[in-house]
Ligand binder design. Structure first.
Ligand code: PXG
Length: 462
């Protein structure tokens, strides 16, 4: 049944969009010429555009729609909460039921003694909170000099001034005079691109030890925290070698610094456990969550901190907060999302059934002549494209040229798969079925074949 009713022709929508809407991370001029694809509605793992085309969303929106699209329960909870209490703040000695219930639930789900929740509206805001929080924590302990936050190149922690500073994206730092002072970046554990002749294990240790070197170089008395994603998401689904995280944990234990684990993508089942730090056996002092917290149905994020951090911060007035911190509608939606994740055993199904199925099929893509490596953790995966599988060489063309060609073939084949440079990444809704995984793989393989053919034709296979 064609459900498209009563909307302007696609070209008119695109023209209005181009005239008045500035898109994130986009070259407006180019996009305006081409016209943005207009997404109308979605159900499960499938999007429908304004032309009635059905697209398999291999990215769960932007790594966030964990329970899939079209869950009426969330719409109903939101409507009920809007009628009852659409908004109230938590600044001046007031609170409300949705934020109380959600905080208690998060304390129960989060590992270890991460029992205290500060809310924001986005992952970027939550990381801004973290930056102020860790500096305030050390100041409260009489150690004002501990201000430096160590992060990693090619990390993504958001787009606000603090988020983009903590992130290690050079293209972002180049715009707006970033990073902010006292943010220091060490190298990423990306063996495929940077490991040279080392074994992955040697390389993982070497990259982890850069953290220790940085602490010793700057002085322990200057370093406040280390921040990292369990698996780098926007950086291209970069999975660190096995030796990396144990060594990072050893260093964080040895020196007096806080460990912030950014779970914005990895949280709420993405890696096959509730949190990425459980999959990778990391013990954070603070985690950042967003995205899967509400499966993207409402904007909400949080910093979840340990008993000790909460106690220290509780000793002062923390002069920080957002109008929408702990927004009642977003909190109610998040709570309903967590209920669904839990009651429908979505995380367990990912871990024990669907992610192993996807892993087998995804890793088989490494046989494709264009694929240098295929990586996967739970329901996030990547393939690195290369003209030479033996040497893992990059393409002679500018980074991202080939990735973009491949993404266009995916788009043309009704599969959303993102490219990060010349890595192709997926992060489908966690509710994807085995049949839908087969379709995803079939379309991905076809896109790789079409990309290979185009590269040969245009003499780009070098
Ligand atoms: N931390 C991590 C690890 C993220 O992936 C943020 C923080 C910031 O969250 P907000 O809610 O402020 O966007 C993110 C967001 C992409 C892409 O194209 C990735 C993100 C956002 C937008 C695009 O891969 N990650």
């Amino acid at each position: 049944m064609n459900m498209i009713t009563n909307h302007m022709p696609t070209a008119e929508l695109q023209a209005l969009d181009a005239a008045h809407h500035i898109h994130p991370f986009s070259a407006q001029g180019e996009l305006a010429k081409k016209g943005a694809r207009v997404i109308m509605r979605a159900k499960g793992v499938t999007l429908t555009d304004s032309e009635g085309e059905e697209i398999l969303d291999g990215m769960a929106g932007l790594w966030c729609v964990n329970i899939g699209y079209g869950r009426d329960e969330l719409a109903e909870v939101a409507a009920r909460q809007m009628r009852e209490l659409p908004y109230y703040n938590t600044f001046f000695q007031t609170t409300h039921v949705p934020v109380i219930a959600l905080s208690a639930k998060l304390a129960e789900l989060a590992p270890g003694d991460l029992n205290h929740v500060f809310y924001g509206g986005s992952g970027s805001e939550a990381n801004d909170t973290n930056m102020r929080l860790v500096r305030t924590y050390w100041a409260q302990k009489g150690k004002d000099s501990k201000k430096v936050i160590i992060s990693r190149k090619n990390a993504y922690h958001g787009s606000t001034m603090a988020g983009a500073s903590l992130g290690g994206m050079s293209g972002m730092h180049a715009q707006g005079g970033l990073p902010l002072p006292d943010v220091h970046h060490i190298n990423q554990p990306n063996w495929y691109a940077e490991g040279g002749d080392m074994t992955p294990e040697e390389f993982g240790l070497q990259r982890a030890r850069e953290l220790e070197e940085a602490i010793l170089e700057m002085g322990e008395d200057r370093v406040a925290a280390f921040i990292a994603e369990p698996v780098q998401g926007a950086g291209g689904v970069i999975v660190a070698p096995d030796t990396y995280w144990p060594e990072i944990q050893r260093i964080c234990d040895k020196y007096e610094i806080l460990l912030i684990v950014d779970e914005v993508i990895c949280g709420f089942g993405r890696t096959g456990n509730w949190f990425g730090c459980q999959t990778l056996n990391i013990r954070p002092d603070i985690i950042t969550v967003a995205k899967g917290l509400s499966s993207g149905y409402a904007p909400i994020a949080a910093s979840i901190v340990s008993d000790e951090v909460a106690e220290v911060i509780g000793g002062c007035e923390f002069n920080h907060g957002y109008t929408y911190s702990g927004h009642p509608v977003a909190a109610a939606v998040a709570l309903e999302n967590l209920r669904i994740l839990e009651e429908e055993k979505i995380v367990e199904t990912v871990r024990e059934d669907t992610a192993p199925y996807l892993k087998e099929k995804w890793e088989a893509l490494a046989d494709h002549p264009l694929v240098g490596e295929a990586k996967i953790v739970g329901m996030m995966a990547s393939v690195a494209l290369t003209p030479n599988k033996e040497t893992r060489a990059p393409f002679a063309a500018d980074v991202g040229t080939v990735g973009l060609i491949c993404r266009e073939h995916c788009f043309g084949n009704n599969l959303i798969m993102r490219h990060v440079g010349d890595r192709m990444v997926i992060s489908p809704p966690l509710v994807i079925t085995k049949e839908e995984i087969d379709t995803l793989i079939e379309r991905a393989r076809r896109a790789l074949d079409l990309t290979l053919a185009q590269l040969k034709e245009e003499d780009l296979l070098k």
